[in-house]
Design a protein around this ligand. Structure first.
Ligand code: ATP
Ligand code: MG
Length: 401
């Protein structure tokens, strides 16, 4: 018996003329995400993508887990595939779903005959297959309303498929179909969630992290690298640009009013992110900011941050509470790494009472009094270190769990 993965498209099925592009992107992404797990054939028909192992060495559990993280998939299931023949369908059902049926008390069969050349109509197929199941498992009863197990059988173009139901996929759109952006990735809970949310809308991402050694440690950097690595399940291969930010940060600390420090620093980071984005062809900057979460995320502070550069700043977590963000972080698998206790450069040198309602005039005046900052920012952008994060690699810090 052969097992495959079936993935059903969601929103992208609605995209009219672009549909073919979306579908081929989805298949390309799927092939790349599974490359390190074995030899798979990926193809599509009737708004369904099929993932078929070419030999018995493929790890189907892991493959299913990985496919269930690919954006653009609305629902998916594992299924037994067999010939379009009633006896073969019966055998596949008893073999593939035998364990589940043995444990169940009630069941029903739902049949769908998409291939009209198959001789039995859907209701007849459901009825006959149900009778076979009953004669194999005497303890079972049919319950069409609330069965313990539903046996789905679909007769399609390339074969007959038997499964026990779909599970929801991650939804969204295939990564890269909405353009490219850089994500400002700290070691916190919020920014990995923001990256996930924007990748879900089809953005292809590269990450930027600001590190301030010796104030921030090598392990803090590895933590961010681990977060970026964990996100490759959703984003695919990405680059992490680690910006040596110590000099601009010290310069701001030494030359600007304390109470404006955080907003000045955030503007400075935005300008550097802008330079890197331009260099690698990205059209937006993603951050994990959430309205009023901290002093630098009040509306007045965000206005100041936004005007530092000209790219759109995408803040998908802006309307989410910390509990909601945390819930997503747990679900996508970044939470445990995010709460590892390493310092972030945003939390060093922060004044005890930052101004929550800075005005653009006072911020610009403070910047005018820092003539050396632009050069330090230029150098920092130039010296950014590139870390390549590849699907399937092990996150450097998660290995310790
Ligand atoms: P997070 O959980 O993402 O760290 P936060 O609530 O701690 O968020 P801030 O520290 O104010 O918030 O940072 C707001 C946003 O700025 C982050 O979500 C992230 O996008 C960006 N950011 C903060 N620190 C860094 C950093 N060291 N490198 C890159 N981006 C950063
Ligand atoms: Mg943080």
């Amino acid at each position: 018996m052969k097992e495959i993965i079936m993935a059903f498209q969601g929103e992208m099925a609605l995209k009219g003329l672009n549909r073919a592009t979306f579908e081929s992107t989805l298949m390309k992404i799927t092939r790349r995400r599974l490359e390190h797990l074995g030899d798979f054939k990926v193809y599509r028909a009737q708004s369904t993508m099929y993932v078929e192992p070419k030999d018995e060495f493929a790890d189907m559990d892991l493959a299913f887990e990985k496919v269930s993280r690919i954006f653009g998939i609305a629902a998916l299931c594992r299924a037994a595939v067999c010939e379009k023949d009633f006896e073969a369908i019966c055998a596949a059902t008893l073999d593939y779903l035998g364990d589940q049926l043995r444990r169940a008390r009630t069941f029903k069969v739902e049949a769908r005959r998409a291939d009209k050349s198959f001789p039995m109509k859907s209701p007849e197929l459901a009825r006959e297959l149900g009778a076979r199941v009953l004669s194999a498992f005497h303890h079972l009863r049919v319950d069409v309303h609330k069965p313990d197990v539903t046996v789905f059988v679909e007769v399609r173009d390339f074969g007959a498929y038997v499964h026990a139901g779909k599970t929801p996929g991650p939804g969204g759109l295939p990564v890269s179909t909405s353009g490219r952006a850089v994500c400002m990735l700290s070691g916190g809970i919020d920014s990995p969630v923001a990256a996930w949310m924007m990748a879900k809308r089809g953005l292809s991402l590269h990450h930027i992290h600001f590190a301030s050694p010796p104030y921030t440690s090598e392990r803090a950097r590895l933590k961010v690298q681990s977060l970026g690595q964990l996100l490759t399940d959703y984003t695919g291969n990405t680059n992490l640009y680690v910006v040596p930010y110590t000099k601009p940060q010290e310069y701001i600390r030494d030359n600007a009013p304390d109470v404006l420090f955080t907003v000045l620093m955030r503007r400075s980071m935005m300008r550097i992110a802008r330079v890197i984005a331009g260099r690698i062809g990205c059209d937006a900057i993603v951050t994990g900011e959430s309205l009023a979460q901290v002093a630098s995320q009040t509306l007045k502070a965000l206005i100041c941050t936004d005007s530092a550069q000209d790219l759109p700043v995408l803040r998908p977590a802006i309307g989410l509470d910390k509990t909601e963000i945390t819930e997503i972080a747990r679900r996508i698998g970044t939470f445990e790494t995010s709460i590892m206790p390493y310092e972030d450069c945003c939390t060093i040198f922060t004044p005890p009472h930052p101004k929550t309602r800075p005005t653009l005039e006072e911020i610009e005046a403070a910047e005018a009094a820092m003539p050396g900052l632009a050069e330090l920012e230029r150098e920092a952008a130039e010296q950014a270190d590139v870390v390549r994060l590849k699907v399937g690699d092990i996150p450097p810090l998660a290995a310790e769990y």
